[in-house]
Design a protein around this ligand. Structure first.
Ligand SMILES: [Fe+2]
Length: 292
C-alpha cells in the first residue's frame, strides 16, 4: 500500500503544491496502464480472503478501481451486494429508483433511457441524480452475459483527470472545485432543481477526491457564468482527448468492476434477438466508497 491519504493529505488542496507534486509523481509511476494490470482473481466474490481484499484495496488506491473475477459465486445482484459489504460499502441508492434499474440490459425502461438501450453512452460518472442531496461515491458492476458484439467500457480514474487539469488548466480546476457549477434537472419535466447541484470536484470528509460529470444536458444544467463555461470547456476537451490513461475493456461473463465512481463510457453494442440471451450486467451504486 502507498498510504497516500496519510502521506499527502494536502494533495487535493489547490493552495498547497508540495504534497501534490510528490503524490502526482508517485501516482503516475504506479498507475495501472492496462486492463490486465487491474484484474484481481477472486475464488468466491461472496467470501473473499484477506489476501484478495488486500489486492482489491491496493488497486483501488492506485486507480480507484479494479476488475475482478466472480469465482464460484452466483452471477447475481446478491453476490454484488455481498462484495460491497465485505469492502465496507452498503448504503445503496436503490430505494429512490426504478426497481429494475440495476439490471443493465436493453429493456427500454425509463422511456428508453440510454443505459437500457444498445446505444453509445458518453463519458460520465454515475451521479446523484434528481431527487437526492446525497452523492454517489462508488459504482460496482457484475456481468452475467456480455453483448453479442461490442458493449465495452472505457474507464478513467477521476484522480487522473484531476492531475491532467491541475497541470494543464489549473484555473479551470479551481472553478470546478470551488464554485457551484451546475444544478440537476428533473428528468421528467426538465425543470431545474434549485437546491440540488454544486461542485464538480470536491473532497469528502476523509480527504478523498469525489467527482461528478456528464456530457448529457439532461443530467447537468451548467451555470452560464463565463468562468464556469470556460472551466467546463477545458474539462470536456480533456475528456474528448482521451488521454493515455484511459483503459478500455469488456466485462465478459463472470467479470466485474469495483470502482469509486470513476469516469466511464459504454461503447455501442449489438445485442441478441433472444430476450433470454440479451446482455445483462448487474449494477449497484453506493453513497459510501471503498477506502484503501
Ligand atoms: Fe454509468
Amino acid at each position: 500500500m502507498q498510504h497516500w491519504n496519510k502521506k499527502y493529505p494536502e494533495r487535493f488542496n489547490l493552495n498547497a503544491g508540495e504534497d501534490y507534486k510528490k503524490w502526482r509523481d508517485e501516482k503516475l509511476a504506479a498507475y495501472p496502464g492496462n486492463l490486465g494490470a487491474l484484474v484481481v482473481e477472486l475464488g468466491d466474490m461472496t467470501a473473499i480472503t484477506e489476501g484478495e481484499k488486500g489486492k482489491i484495496k491496493e488497486l483501488v488506491e492506485l486507480a480507484n478501481m479494479c476488475v475482478y473475477t466472480a469465482g464460484s459465486a452466483d452471477l447475481s445482484m446478491d453476490s454484488l451486494l455481498a462484495l460491497g459489504r465485505q469492502l465496507g460499502v452498503s448504503d445503496t441508492d436503490k430505494a429512490r429508483r426504478h426497481a429494475n434499474s440495476d439490471e443493465l440490459t436493453s429493456s427500454g425502461i425509463l422511456n428508453n433511457a440510454i443505459p437500457f438501450t444498445t446505444r453509445h453512452v458518453r463519458w460520465h460518472t454515475d451521479a446523484t441524480y434528481f431527487g437526492s442531496d446525497k452523492t454517489i461515491q462508488s459504482l460496482f458492476l457484475l456481468c452475467k452475459r456480455p453483448a453479442v458484439e461490442g458493449g465495452s467500457n472505457k474507464v478513467l480514474d477521476h484522480e487522473m483527470m484531476y492531475i491532467l487539469l491541475r497541470d494543464k488548466y489549473p484555473d479551470a480546476l479551481r472553478v470546478l472545485m470551488e464554485k457551484n457549477c451546475f444544478k440537476y434537472k428533473n428528468p421528467k419535466t426538465g425543470k431545474i432543481a434549485e437546491d440540488l447541484g454544486g461542485k464538480v470536484f470536491w473532497t469528502n470528509s476523509d480527504g478523498y477526491l469525489c467527482h461528478r460529470f456528464s456530457f448529457r444536458k439532461m443530467d447537468m444544467a451548467w451555470s452560464e457564468d463565463g468562468d464556469i463555461q470556460a472551466a467546463r470547456a477545458a474539462l470536456e476537451s480533456l475528456m474528448l482527448d482521451e488521454s493515455e490513461y484511459v483503459i478500455e475493456g469488456r466485462l465478459e461473463s463472470g467479470l466485474g468492476l469495483v470502482s469509486n465512481n470513476v469516469l466511464h463510457t459504454r461503447e455501442k453494442l449489438v445485442d441478441s434477438e433472444d430476450d433470454a440471451q440479451k446482455r445483462l450486467l448487474f449494477r449497484t451504486r453506493f453513497y459510501d466508497r471503498v477506502n484503501p
